[in-house]
Design a protein around this ligand. Sequence first.
Ligand code: NAP
Length: 244
Amino acid sequence: MGSLEGKVAVVTGAAQGIGLAIATRLVADGARVVLGDLDADGAEKAAGGLGAGASAVRCDVTSEQDMTALVGEAVTRYGALDVMVNNAGITRDATIRTMSLDDLRIVLDVHVAGTWIGCKVAGAAMRAGGSGAIVNISSIAGKVGNFGQTNYSAAKAGIVGLTKACAKEFAKDGVRVNAIQPGLIRTAMTEAMPEQAWNSKMAEIPLRRAGEPSEVAAVAAFLAGPMSSYMTGAVLEVTGGRYM
Ligand code: NAP
C-alpha cells in the first residue's frame, strides 16, 4: 500500500515539469489527484496519462474563483482534500535596470498571490476534515537572490514567509504547511535558459548535475505524507548541495 493510499490531492501547474512529476508521484503513492493548470489541454493529457486516479481542471492560480472551483472539484469528485501542492510558476527575467513594473507584478501575482489563494482555499477545505498537508514550491532564488530575477527572487522569498505564517495559523486545525526550494531542475522553464547561464549554475552544484523533476516530487510526497507528521513551517532545499 502506498503512503498516500486513499488521500486526495490537488497540484497546480501540473500539466508539465515539476507539477506533473509531483502529480505522477502522488498517484504512484496511492492518492487521487486533480491537476490544475492554465493549459487545459496539457492538463487533460497529463491526467489521462495517469489513469483513473487523476482528473484535470483548467485553472489560473491568480483567480480565487478558479482556485475555489479546483479545490471544489477534488472535494466533490473524491470526497475530501488532504494534500495541496502550490506549484504553478512563471519567470520574466531581466536585470532591474530593464525590467518593467508589469513583469514584477505578474510574477508576484502568480507566485505569491497564487500560493496565498491556494493556502486559503485548501486551508478552508482541510479545516473541515481536521487534517491536511500543504506543500508550497519556492526556489533557492528566494534564499540567495538570482541575478536577473529580482521579481522571481522576491516572489519565492515571499512564499517562504507565507508558508511559515500559514503554518502557525493552520496548526491548530491539524493542517501542516511546508515549502520546497528546488535548485536547478531540468524542465521547460530551465531549458529556456541561455547555455552560459546553465553552465555557470552547474559549476556551483556539489553533486555536479541538474536535478530531475522526480527528485523534487519525492520530497513533495514526503511532505504530503505521514513520514513528515511532525514537520510544519519547514523549508527543504533540493539543490544538489548548491548554496547550502
Ligand atoms: P514549467 O515547466 O514552466 O511548468 C509550470 C506550469 O505552471 C506550466 O504548465 C504553466 O502553464 C503553469 N502555470 C503558469 N502560470 C499559471 C497560472 N497562473 N495558473 C495555473 N498554472 C500556471 O515550470 P517548472 O520548472 O516545472 O516549475 C514548477 C515550479 O517549480 C515553479 O513554481 C517554479 O518557479 C519552481 N521552480 C523550478 C525550478 C527549476 O529549475 N525548474 C527551480 C526552482 C523552483 P503554461 O505552460 O500554460 O504557462
